[in-house]
Design a protein around this ligand. Structure first.
Ligand SMILES: Nc1ncnc2c1ncn2[C@@H]1O[C@H](COP(=O)(O)OP(=O)(O)OP(=O)(O)O)[C@@H](O)[C@H]1O
Length: 207
């Protein structure tokens, strides 16, 4: 399996942000996106996820499930954690497991995902009262609630303490070890295994 981007040109607000980018990521690999603020890392991730249509060029997942779109085969964890404040931590996990997995997940799977991100003592806690780091951990637990091939992570360690950051890195390394693909935009170095870095160059603003 391979994610292949060819000759991508992406515009935001009438300006070219990504200009003719090609790359590929094979199963078992992590691609780390680096680059200055505003270079286009979020834009690229959202384009891969299918949320932004490129001006030209293509993104495809060779060897994936031909019946499904890339969006349907990807976990996208970005700046918004998409947490329902009116629900408890556990209820959020149940909701996301079903929404992302297309069927009810086992209680064991939900508990394992919450435990991995250190949320086991907060299962009955209203999500509205979570701290920023706890909210981020709940957002990341989605990765383990339903199996998906492609993980697209935008600054996933923001707000995380060191132990939680290590747990995230372990989850990504497990995912790629099992043949998954991860693309991670980050400003901080992470101990990601089987990783390559793609630096996104900033496009100059027109005068
Ligand atoms: N909806 C939008 N409309 C217009 N311009 C946008 C929009 N979204 C992003 N941009 C612009 O696109 C460029 C790339 O933004 P993007 O968020 O992808 O950068 P980034 O590399 O993720 O930055 P950072 O490291 O700060 O998170 C920036 O110049 C930004 O202002």
């Amino acid at each position: 399996m391979q994610l292949i981007a060819e000759d991508l040109v992406i515009e935001r607000g009438g300006r070219i942000v990504i200009d003719g980018l090609s790359f590929s990521v094979s199963e078992g690999e992590t691609l780390v996106l680096s680059g200055a603020n505003g270079a286009g890392k979020t834009t690229l991730l959202r384009t891969i996820a299918g949320f932004i249509r490129p001006a030209s060029g293509t993104v495809r997942l060779d060897g994936g499930d031909g019946e499904l779109t890339i969006t349907e085969q990807a976990h996208v964890v970005g700046h918004a954690n998409a947490i329902k404040s009116s629900m408890t931590v556990f209820e959020n996990a149940v909701f996301w497991a079903e929404y992302l997995g297309g069927q009810a997940a086992s209680t064991e799977r939900i508990e394992r995902a919450l435990h991995h991100f250190g949320l086991e003592d907060l299962v009955e806690f209203p999500a509205a009262y979570l701290s920023a780091g706890q909210r981020r951990r709940l957002g990341l637990a989605r990765l383990l609630l339903a199996p998906r091939t492609l993980w697209l992570l935008d600054e996933p360690t923001v707000s995380l303490d060191i132990a939680s950051s290590d747990r995230l890195v372990a989850a990504v390394n497990d995912h790629t070890r099992e043949g998954g693909i991860a693309i991670v935009a980050t400003h901080v170095p992470l101990a990601l295994e089987r990783a390559r870095t793609l630096t996104i160059a900033s496009q100059r603003m027109a005068a």
